[in-house]
Design a protein around this ligand. Structure first.
Ligand code: TEU
Length: 565
């Protein structure tokens, strides 16, 4: 397994995936090698040296399987084939080889709550063919109405009527993503075969999409179809979840389970349930992707609301407490489903400062940091001039509902610009060349307006670049057990501008103090009496000439400093 870290004295059990920094690649928007405007696998291969230079240890690749792309790959038509737009299985083999040659691991996306309507299983199920008849969740309507009052995550009813079968099928996401019926053991066996098939190809793990939704509530359908629709939080953590998780771990992951990383995306999860699924009750997951900190601004309901820094502290600390109790968490402030962090938690006017402060803040917590493509150069949200600019099915549903309610696009534009997933999916900005160096032709999504100044090539020319700072921060984690395994202790919990905390690994006699200014102002930081700063030295800071004495700091806008105590 993993090379052990330098001090060798840690309280937690060591694992490569705890010590790693992951880089997330959204293939459609990363790098286009063949000039069709769509990113592809050979395009990723062209950039493996870039990943090595950045210093990441593992890649999480969003779905690259055959798919009609109704939800851009989260609607899978064939789990064992590569989407032709992205290349071939040979290209994928090459990618794995090139990453492994550089010591970088590869984690794939496992989407088995649902498939695409184009999947052969669904085609056979809708035709009631043999064992496939119950592969999905089919129900008759209730007097011409939906089978129950469940709403999908994407602002549409969770049921769609299929003319061929003359029944409704359940879909917790788009209409093109029917939910698999996990109650059926044939379905489960087929899923386990898919998992083993990929593990045998030598991958290093899976990120498991919405995995806590696979077990649906008992007695489905229930609920009054005429009652108001209820949302996604009602169909998570179902009654057979632990049983299915254990079976998947045993029969799907089998002998590979201990070597690979399993990262569970768990919607609406609480810390107690996270402890359960990371070992207390079932042993499928190594770590969870939780949502509290990315729902503060209303993103789960597509309805922007103001939030305060103390809300963020509470959301993160709940999960740091869970980490202390023995669960492990994925640390992220960005991904393909989230608006860009610089716009959301920082300030694009202070792009360098806020991008680097947010990186310090995130990587400073206990857990495994994930860097989403473009984050390492401080890419920010984009503007949507009209409804024609919307691409993601979720935001399109939201807009259609608003339009039906009589609203103009101008009235919802702010919500869309702040919260849309499209913000994260614009092409990676490699240079100031046409189409940001992403493609030789018009990309599938427009490039960000700022690509001429915000791009990899330009960033690397700068004295202080976001990219260079990420490199330093990622390198710092290597051999710094306190950053990986140290206890987390929030300081100044009530402060609305400063987010400060301590990390401590008493066994190794190491202690860090992390101070982050989340504002464009100059708040004063005063070290609490409980923190001994007498021997403090600066380990890393995002601005030059940081104050070497943390007992009383006059912080600059978006300044971040890590001290060793
Ligand atoms: O995301 C699940 C998802 O949509 C979450 O954002 C969650 O449902 C929401 O925050 C709750 O309101 C995963 C993938 O990351 C996403 O890209 C897919 O669209 C989705 O599953 C369906 O596969």
């Amino acid at each position: 397994m993993q090379e052990s870290s330098t001090t060798g004295i840690v309280s937690d059990e060591q694992s490569w995936w705890k010590e790693a920094v992951f880089y997330q690649i959204y293939p459609r928007s990363f790098n286009d090698s063949d000039g069709d405007g769509i990113g592809d696998i050979p395009g990723i291969v062209e950039k493996v040296d870039y990943l090595e230079e950045l210093g990441v240890d593992a890649v999480w690749l969003n779905p690259v399987y055959e798919s009609p792309q109704a939800d851009f790959g989260y609607d899978i038509a064939d789990y064992r084939a590569i989407n032709p737009e992205y290349g071939s299985m040979d290209d994928w083999d090459r990618l794995l080889e090139e990453l492994h040659a550089r010591g970088i691991k590869l984690v794939m996306d496992l989407v088995v709550n649902h498939t695409s309507i184009d999947h052969e299983w669904f085609q056979r199920s809708r035709a009631r063919e043999g064992k496939y008849e119950d592969y999905y969740i089919w129900r008759p309507g209730q007097d011409g109405e939906y089978p129950n009052n469940w709403d999908s995550h994407f602002d549409i009813p969770a049921w769609t009527y299929d003319d061929e079968r003359a029944e409704y099928y359940l879909h917790l996401f788009t209409r093109d993503q029917p939910d698999l019926n996990w109650e059926n053991s044939d379905v489960r066996e087929d899923v386990y075969d898919v998992v083993s098939w990929w593990l045998e190809r030598g991958i290093d793990g899976f990120r498991l999409d919405v995995i806590n939704e696979i077990s649906k509530a008992p007695g489905l359908p229930d609920g009054d179809p005429e009652a108001e629709f209820v949302g996604g939080e009602h169909h998570v953590n179902g009654p057979r979840m632990h049983e299915f998780f254990d079976e998947l771990a045993e029969r799907g992951f089998g002998e590979h389970r201990d070597q690979v990383a399993t990262i569970g995306e768990c919607t609406f999860i609480d810390p107690g349930t996270a402890l359960d699924v990371t070992g207390r009750e079932s042993n499928l997951l190594d770590m969870v992707i939780y949502f509290d900190h990315v729902q503060l601004d209303g993103r789960d309901r597509f309805d922007y609301r103001e939030w305060e820094l103390t809300d963020l502290k509470e959301a993160m600390t709940r999960w740091q407490d869970a980490a202390a109790e023995g669960t492990w968490v994925a640390l992220y402030h960005s991904n393909h489903d989230q608006p860009r962090a610089v716009s959301r938690f920082g300030d694009p006017e202070y792009r360098y400062e806020s991008a680097t402060m947010l990186a310090t803040w995130l990587h400073g917590h206990k857990g495994t940091p994930f860097v989403y493509q473009g984050e390492e150069i401080g890419m920010s949200n984009v503007s949507f001039k009209s409804s024609d600019d919307l691409v993601d099915p979720w935001v399109i549903n939201y807009w259609h509902n608003q339009r039906e309610a009589g609203r103009e696009f101008a009235e919802v534009r702010e919500n869309v610009e702040r919260l849309s997933r499209d913000n994260a999916r614009t092409p990676m900005q490699w240079s100031d060349a046409e189409h940001a160096g992403f493609s030789a032709s018009e990309p599938w999504m427009p490039v960000g307006d700022d690509y001429e100044t915000v791009n990899v090539a330009a960033d690397r020319e700068r004295d202080h670049s976001v990219f260079e700072y990420y490199r330093e921060l990622i390198a710092l984690r290597d051999g710094m057990d306190v950053l990986v395994y140290g206890e987390f202790d929030l300081l100044l919990p009530g402060h609305e501008q400063i987010y400060a905390f301590r990390r401590a690994l008493p066994e190794a006699d190491r202690e860090l103090l992390v101070v982050c200014n989340f504002s464009a102002e100059r708040p004063a930081f005063e070290a609490p009496a409980s923190v001994d700063v007498a021997d403090a030295t600066v380990v890393l800071s995002n601005l030059s000439e940081p104050d070497t004495d943390p007992s009383a700091l006059d912080l600059r806008p978006y300044e971040a400093i890590i001290y060793e105590l």
